[in-house]
Design a protein around this ligand. Sequence first.
Ligand SMILES: [Zn+2]
Length: 133
Amino acid sequence: MKIQRDDIWLLSRLDYVWAKYFDDVSQNNKVFIKFGRYARARLGSIKYDKKSGHSFITITGMFKDLKIPTGVIDHTIAHELCHYTHGFSSPHRKLHHYPHEGGIVKKEMLSRGMGSLVKGYRDWIKSYRRQFR
Ligand SMILES: [Zn+2]
């Protein structure tokens, strides 16, 4: 059976990444995840809706393609969860001024044992960008 990459599959990846790498980070609100439109440059984003108090993670529709390694999608989800952990688009206390200052996302990922995800992503993005040169 071929696994289909839909929003339910995406939610299973979020559960997996959260349980494996962000076990100590409490989920203080509802967090939704879904595929968005096909975007080449923006692979993921996290937004906070003040009115409902929910967080929304959007992953590029490009990642529905089964040729994209699952680790690349996990990496993108983990990136957004680092923002959540740092208090961006989440109810957690803001730990930094800017979401990407001083490579804090990568540092967070490495400190949480995601070295192989980071490496897998780096390898993929290199060959991916080569296509457009
Ligand atoms: Zn980011």
